[in-house]
Design a protein around this ligand. Structure first.
Ligand code: HEC
Ligand code: HEC
Ligand code: HEC
Ligand code: HEC
Ligand code: HEC
Length: 454
């Protein structure tokens, strides 16, 4: 990135001014052409575009899939993102009459909920001055009121011109909401203050004895982008004491590691950190004792092994009567079909098994979902886990065999402590880096979760 910035800066400071340009197609004539070429050339944005093709922002399919869904579009589409930024859309749950229960306002306008992720998503000023200034400022670097807490807590990382806030606006977990009563965000602090209270009782799944409850399903989860919360050290269910953050939280930015000089298919505008240590080994950081994956460095191998062990131990404690509460899924390749008789008609069908983005991070390949039967979303359930839990909310679309199968399965009963530990497991698994983002916070969250479970 630094080299490209230099190339562009030299061109612009050398006196190429583009005030003559009037629009994307520019005025006709040689001058306009020349001005366009300052950016539109192989060393300029063309090379960035080539890198960006390797970014999951570009090749991932979620932008296409979630276009049209205004609740998903703020983080999955370019127009949706720019729309919530421009309108400063709130994350504070509200009661909108005539409704009498809370809803989540964090959504983009229905006519702006679309668009593949492109340059203009983060560089919203492109083609305004036709100078290098068009790349900055970024679409947003403002503090991020977290949707996970219904806006009650805010992340703000000021280092490196607050550029991390751009990433965290999307790479943050989503809220858990109550199944009954006011349907507000659950009270996470109650999970800590009353750890032995029953959070959910599968024997009476519609009981509202505890209003702070969720009827669990296979997909009861924090969503995928947990990095922002873990990185900032804000967002876990903080049992016990001793929470501190590693240096990264205050000295590094997402860009430092994820947009470091390109190596292989990582760094720069690929946004991948995997296998790229260029961002670590710079002056002021780890230059003196360089980090690489092949060394037994305390900052890499040892940290990751320690956190992997903690995740394994927590998963082992998150069981009821020997049955895993957490779902296993060894499928790491996308679009993998598995042969399984999911409708119990005696013939195996080709079932599309969702890939586990975190396969390999734990020994049993947990994916952060819950081990609850569902013939549609989790048909494989018991083929990966030794046993699967009963679904407390069977759908009217199930066939008789599926309904009967569900009734043979054990019921899930969860305490507040168990549910809080599940959230912490999801957050720490799905931050991907096995503690590199914020070792101290992840270590304490997992250690204290283990301590609170019997
Ligand atoms: C300051 C840098 C810069 C300058 C100067 C510039 N562009 Fe661009 N232009 C960009 C960027 C960045 C993109 C986005 C690339 C993409 O998404 O493929 C872009 C995209 C485009 C596109 C494709 C739009 C689309 O949606 O596919 C056209 C056409 C274009 N520019 C024309 C011009 C013309 C004509 C000029 C000169 C009048 C010009 N640009 C000057 C940076 C610049
Ligand atoms: C508008 C929301 C948004 C912004 C802003 C954003 N991302 Fe993303 N990012 C996503 C989404 C959504 C995906 C997954 C896309 C898919 O799977 O189709 C993703 C994917 C990624 C991936 C690949 C993850 C994987 O599973 O392999 C990395 C790495 C990443 N982003 C880093 C960053 C960094 C660093 C920044 C800030 C410079 C950033 N992102 C800004 C939404 C965003
Ligand atoms: C607060 C931001 C945010 C919202 C809102 C959001 N997502 Fe996401 N989602 C993300 C991020 C960030 C990722 C990528 C995380 C990663 O790979 O590290 C992601 C990943 C995904 C993936 C996995 C893509 C893959 O690579 O396999 C799916 C599917 C998905 N989201 C669906 C949805 C749906 C459906 C909604 C609306 C109901 C939604 N998301 C709302 C931020 C969000
Ligand atoms: C997910 C957000 C995101 C997307 C999408 C994105 N960029 Fe960037 N871009 C950034 C960030 C963040 C920086 C600052 C990097 C740094 O601090 O090292 C940057 C820096 C740049 C710079 C250097 C600007 C300067 O003044 O230093 C250029 C040029 C650039 N991007 C071009 C592009 C082009 C062209 C595309 C599309 C192919 C694109 N970007 C897509 C986030 C993004
Ligand atoms: C100190 C360096 C560092 C910083 C700063 C950093 N990351 Fe990472 N990130 C990593 C490493 C290392 C991995 C794991 C790579 C691997 O598994 O080999 C990773 C993994 C990820 C992934 C999964 C895809 C991938 O690249 O492997 C996402 C998404 C991600 N980080 C987002 C972010 C966001 C968002 C921020 C800022 C809030 C951030 N990271 C800050 C080092 C960093």
């Amino acid at each position: 990135m630094k080299n490209l910035i230099k190339v562009l800066s030299v061109l612009f400071s050398a006196g190429f001014l583009f005030t003559a340009c009037e629009g994307p197609m520019g005025p006709p004539g040689k001058d306009a052409n020349e001005s366009c070429k300052q950016c539109h050339n192989s060393a300029g944005i063309d090379s960035v575009k080539t890198m960006f093709e390797l970014s999951k922002h570009a090749y991932g399919e979620a932008a296409f899939g979630e276009s049209g869904s205004s609740g998903c579009a703020p983080c999955h589409t370019s127009e949706g993102f720019k729309n919530v930024v421009a309108n400063k859309v709130s994350t504070v749950f509200t009661i909108v009459a005539p409704a009498t229960t809370y809803s989540n306002p964090y959504a983009s306008a229905p006519d702006k909920s679309y668009g593949e992720m492109r340059c203009s998503m983060c560089h919203a000023k492109l083609h305004t001055t036709y100078t290098h200034d068009d790349f900055m400022p970024l679409t947003t670097t403002a503090a991020v009121p977290m949707t996970f807490f219904g806006g009650a807590k805010t992340i703000d990382l000021p280092q490196d011109d607050s550029k991390s806030n751009l990433c965290i606006k999307c790479h943050q977990p989503r809220p858990f909401t109550r199944s009954f009563g006011d349907k507000n965000v659950i009270d996470y602090t109650a999970l800590v203050s009353s750890p032995t209270t029953v959070f959910f009782d599968g024997n009476s799944p519609n009981s509202t004895a505890n209003i702070n409850t969720i009827k669990p399903a296979y997909r009861t989860h924090t969503h995928y982008g947990t990095v922002g919360a873990i990185y900032a050290g804000i967002g876990g269910v903080e049992f016990g004491a001793g929470y501190t953050n590693s240096q990264h939280t205050t000295v590094a930015s997402c860009e430092d590691c994820h947009m470091a000089p390109v190596t292989g298919r990582t760094g720069g505008h690929t946004f991948f950190a995997k296998g790229n240590f260029n961002g670590c080994n710079v002056a002021g950081c780890h230059l003196a004792n360089p980090i690489s994956s092949s060394t037994s460095s305390v900052y890499w191998a040892a940290t990751r092994t320690e956190i992997k062990t903690l995740l394994n131990s927590l998963a082992a404690k998150l069981t009821i009567g020997g049955v895993d509460i957490l779902n296993r899924n060894p499928v790491s390749a996308e679009n993998s079909f598995v042969n399984y008789d999911y409708n119990f008609d005696g013939t195996a069908e080709d079932v599309l098994a969702g890939a586990n983005l975190w396969a390999g991070l734990t020994t049993n390949n947990y994916d952060g979902y819950l081990n609850i039967y569902d013939p549609i979303t989790n048909p494989l359930g018991s083929s990966y886990n030794t046993k699967v839990f009963q679904n407390p909310a069977p759908s009217s679309s199930w066939n008789a065999a599926q309904i009967a199968n569900n009734l043979t399965l054990p019921k899930m009963v969860l305490t507040n402590a168990q549910f809080g530990a599940i959230i912490n497991f999801q957050l720490c698994l799905r931050e991907y880096s096995l503690g590199i983002h914020n070792t101290k916070y992840v270590r304490t969250l997992l250690t204290n979760s283990l301590a609170v479970l019997p």
